[in-house]
Design a binder for this molecule. Sequence first.
Ligand SMILES: [Zn+2]
Length: 131
Amino acid sequence: MTMFVLKAFWDNEPAYYMNINDTIPSGMTFVHLTTHIDSATKFNSVEEAEEACSSLDTDAFKIYPVCPICGKDYDGHPAISRKDNKTKICSHCGIGEAFLDFIKNQKNSNDPDFGKAVLDFIEKQKKATNL
Ligand SMILES: [Zn+2]
């Protein structure tokens, strides 16, 4: 299952949403942030993330999915895990899985030009993912 985080950027540094402290007497809302995704609040659905997002006084935060393999948030189109053909993962982990499959297949095929096969694979992935 995909989890989601709220992330904003200040001076190009990521700031993840943790929680809100609205018990300050002045009536101001204080938002706890963290620079590490490990301590960020993870939401079980986009709807939950949107709800938290809408309670913030700023539109600086955006919702990002978290890759269940590497634990990092990612932008853009997800890859689908080859393990179960449904789990959404980040494109880097998608390439990682594809590469492991590729190496397994190469081992079985006894291709003598392994180096060239690797380069061909990388070129193909670059085209497929626009990295
Ligand atoms: Zn990943």
